[in-house]
Design a protein around this ligand. Structure first.
Ligand SMILES: [Zn+2]
Ligand SMILES: [Zn+2]
Length: 351
């Protein structure tokens, strides 16, 4: 298969800083779209993959799955976009497209495993897929999204992971006018959950462990902030929420939040993979038919729905634009939660 050499920023090992390297992109086939990458958001998964925190990174790796760019080439069978259009790519670049999940537009739950935008098995070139910290990417049309013309392109990038990860549970559990939604954690995911839930018409509350987030949360659209370590504040929202979106990315006790769910309420975990400690008390769940659930990104059709909704409601991420060369420092700042609320790389700095 023919390939093109493009500049990228990646790493050859878990303990090496990210640095410039050259990678190969396939020449667009009949079904492919070639995109000149303008902006790429910086997700916590990027950092965990670059540093092999989950133990399954294949090196060298190039991460990045919040991609916005301009179409530079389309294959002969492509109908969705044309050269010059703005386009976006999120966390997936392929799936079997034939299993029950894929047929229901749930490619993220493909029973044969979706192909991640990075560190996934590349069906075309062999080896592993390489992500958005690069000049160009070539992706099959089905996995490319259209970008609403009115949105700021850089601030749109984080919608492709942080946005859809919170949008999908809001839609699945039918958040809207009259519903009461709470968000746990105010970071990349949490700030999008607030904006999207508010956009859908829900009453939105932020749970925060420490004071100091009130002003930001209210500016983002939250109606109230509850300090979760204050017993009287937690007591005041006992049995209140229809849906809680828990975005906290590390192990934490979810029991206090279960008590704040209404009958039939659901707490959805989107930020943390792994065991729950110290334990999960089933009593409040059984006594109120409450659920604890998980949710992973969203399907391609749902991602387009989210982007179109954001276009209509003028919703984008709060970002800090950085140069590609600043990525190692950005990772250190992310580990300290020192970002409001998403870094986005200006890819012009790589060219
Ligand atoms: Zn991500
Ligand atoms: Zn499938």
């Amino acid at each position: 298969m023919e390939t093109t050499n493009v500049k990228a920023y990646g790493t050859a090992s878990a303990d090496a800083p990210l640095a410039q390297m050259n990678i190969q992109r396939r020449t667009a086939t009949a079904k492919d779209i070639e995109i000149d990458i303008l902006y790429c958001g910086v997700c916590h998964s990027d950092l965990h993959t670059a540093r092999n925190d989950w133990g399954f990174t294949t090196y060298p790796t190039v991460v990045g799955h919040e991609i916005v760019g301009k179409v530079t080439k389309v294959g002969s069978e492509v109908t969705k976009l044309k050269v010059g259009d703005f386009a976006a790519v999120g966390c997936m670049v392929d799936s079997c497209q034939t299993c029950d999940s894929c047929k229901q537009d749930l490619e993220q739950y493909c029973s044969n495993g979706f192909t991640g935008t990075y560190n996934g098995k590349d069906k075309h070139l062999g080896g592993m897929t390489l992500g958005g910290y690069s000049e160009k990417i070539v992706v099959e049309e089905h996995f490319v999204l259209k970008v609403p013309a009115n949105l700021n392109l850089a601030a749109t990038a984080p919608l492709l992971c942080a946005g859809i990860t919170t949008w999908s549970p809001l839609r699945h559990w039918k958040a809207g006018k009259g519903s009461k939604v709470a968000v746990v954690g105010l970071g990349g995911l949490g700030h999008m959950a607030i904006k999207l839930a508010k956009g859908l018409g829900a009453e939105v509350t932020l749970f925060s462990r420490t004071p100091g987030k009130e002003k930001d949360a209210l500016e983002l659209g939250a109606d109230s902030v509850i300090i979760s370590t204050e017993a009287d504040q937690m007591g005041a929202v006992n049995g209140k929420f229809d849906l809680i979106i828990d975005t906290v990315p590390y192990i934490h006790d979810i029991n206090p939040y279960i008590g704040t769910l209404n009958t039939n309420g659901t707490l959805v975990i989107v930020g943390y993979l792994g065991g729950i400690e110290p334990f999960l008390n089933t009593v409040p769940m059984i006594m109120g038919r409450k659920s604890v659930a998980g949710s992973l990104i969203g399907g391609i059709a749902e991602t387009q729905e989210m982007l179109d909704f954001c276009g209509e409601h003028n919703i984008v991420s709060e970002i800090e634009l950085i140069k590609m060369q600043d990525i190692n420092e950005a990772y250190e700042r992310m580990l300290k939660s020192d970002v409001r609320y998403r870094f986005v790389i200006d890819m012009a700095s790589l060219k």
